[in-house]
Design a binder for this molecule. Sequence first.
Ligand code: URA
Length: 201
Amino acid sequence: MIASDKTNQMKEIKDEILNLTSSPLYKYRSENNFLPVIGEGNHDADIMFIGEAPGKNEALTGRPFCGASGKVLDELLESVNLKRADVYITNIVKDRPPGNRDPLPEEIKFYAPFLERQIDIIKPKIIATLGRFSMTFILERYGCSEQNKTIGELHGQQVRISTNFGDIILIPLYHPAASIYNRHLKESLMTDIKIVKTLTT
Ligand code: URA
């Protein structure tokens, strides 16, 4: 796929989400003048990071991971010499759930087709999920046998997933927000990101 095709397809996704009046989160978005957060980065990236849902900073700016969690993600990327422009960063749910609550199963189901289209456009070699919601979603979506394992068991592990564009690797990571007040999780993230990086070289 040539670069402009990818850009056009991403633009179509953005336009659809902007006008998504059927979303359970659309009313909350418009009442608060929030923006949907589609994703950002390199459309030809080898690595795709998938978080949960935008927080307040993200919904105010339309950019993924630009608040406190984003600072941790930036630190992780920097520690292995990756730039945001090298990777693609998105979430399963594209609109902010009220009060930073966890995304609901119906919200995940509602927004999943957009994420699936983004994965098909980018065709990453590695998907690094951030947190248990995106990990569970990817494991179930691609029918992985690891579906019943916890993030404590699977973080930093390489899970082979079969997509319609070939086999790729899932590496579940803890959510950066969880590591802000937990030194052990932060250490795990710092170790696990190195594994992500080694797979690209
Ligand atoms: N947490 C997420 O899961 N995604 C963001 O974009 C920000 C915080």
